[in-house]
Write a protein that binds this ligand. Structure first.
Ligand SMILES: Nc1nc2c(c(=O)[nH]1)N[C@H]1C(S)=C(S)[C@@H](COP(=O)(O)O)O[C@H]1N2
Ligand SMILES: [Mo]
Length: 197
C-alpha cells in the first residue's frame, strides 16, 4: 500500500515564480530609511553625474523634466524579505542621463541628500535597467519614499535604489556605500540571495 502526498508539490501562497528565493509578497509599501527624511524642494534640487576626471554634468528640475520620460512597471525586492510585484513608476532612464557622459570607469557611487550612499556598477545602470524615478502609482513620489526623486534599480535589492538621490560619482574601483560597509553584499542580486557578506 502506498500513500501519495500531493502536498509536497503544492504551490504555497508565496511560491510565485516572480518571487526571488526567501522573499514574501507585500501589498503595502513599507518605508525603510536609515535616518530622517530630508526636505528637498524641486526648486533647489539638482542631479549631477561626476566623472573620474572631475567633469560634472548637471540637471536642475526643469531641465530634468524636459528629458525623455519612461513609464516603468517592475517588481521590487527588499533585503528584509518583502517583495512588491507590478509597481508602476515614471522616471528618466540612466541611458538618457549618460548619453553625453564620457567615462572609462566601471563603477558608480550614488549620493543622496541626507548623506546615504550606495555603490552600483555602471553596467547595472545602463541598457534600460535603471531610472531616476519621480512618480509612483501616478502621483509625485512621497518624500518618505525618496521624493522628489530616487534611483530605481529594480533588478538589485532595493537598498541600491537610493532615495533623495542627488548624484552619481564615477569610480575606478567598486568602493562600498553605506549599507555595503555595514554588512550588506557589495552587489545584491536578489535571485542569488546576495544579502550580506
Ligand atoms: N537615501 C536613502 N535611500 C535608501 C535608504 C535609506 O535609508 N536612505 N534605504 C534603502 C533601503 S534598505 C530600502 S529597502 C529602500 C526602501 O525604500 P522605501 O522606503 O521607498 O520602501 O530604500 C533604499 N534607499
Ligand atoms: Mo532594504
Amino acid at each position: 500500500m502506498s500513500i501519495f502526498t500531493r502536498g509536497f508539490s503544492g504551490r504555497g501562497r508565496d511560491d510565485n515564480p516572480a518571487l526571488p528565493p526567501g522573499q514574501y509578497l507585500t501589498e503595502d509599501f513599507p518605508v525603510l530609511s536609515a535616518g530622517p527624511t530630508p526636505t528637498v524642494d524641486k526648486a533647489d534640487w539638482e542631479f549631477t553625474i561626476t566623472t573620474e576626471t572631475g567633469e560634472t554634468h548637471r540637471w536642475n528640475w526643469e531641465q530634468f523634466m524636459a528629458l525623455k520620460i519612461d513609464q516603468v512597471d517592475t517588481d521590487i525586492h527588499c533585503v528584509t524579505r518583502w517583495s512588491k510585484l507590478g509597481t508602476s513608476w515614471r522616471g528618466v532612464s540612466l541611458d538618457t542621463l549618460f548619453a553625453d557622459v564620457e567615462t572609462s570607469a566601471g563603477y558608480t557611487m550614488a549620493h543622496s541628500y541626507g548623506g546615504y550612499t550606495t555603490n552600483v556598477p555602471l553596467d547595472d545602470l545602463l541598457d534600460g535597467k535603471a531610472w531616476i524615478a519621480f512618480e509612483f502609482d501616478g502621483e509625485d513620489l512621497d518624500p518618505e519614499h525618496g521624493g522628489p526623486a530616487r534611483l530605481l534599480v529594480p533588478h538589485l535589492y532595493f537598498w541600491k535604489s537610493a532615495k533623495w538621490v542627488r548624484g552619481l560619482t564615477m569610480m575606478e574601483n567598486d568602493d562600498p556605500g553605506f549599507w555595503e560597509q555595514n554588512g550588506y553584499h557589495t552587489y545584491g542580486d536578489p535571485w542569488q540571495e546576495q544579502r550580506y557578506w
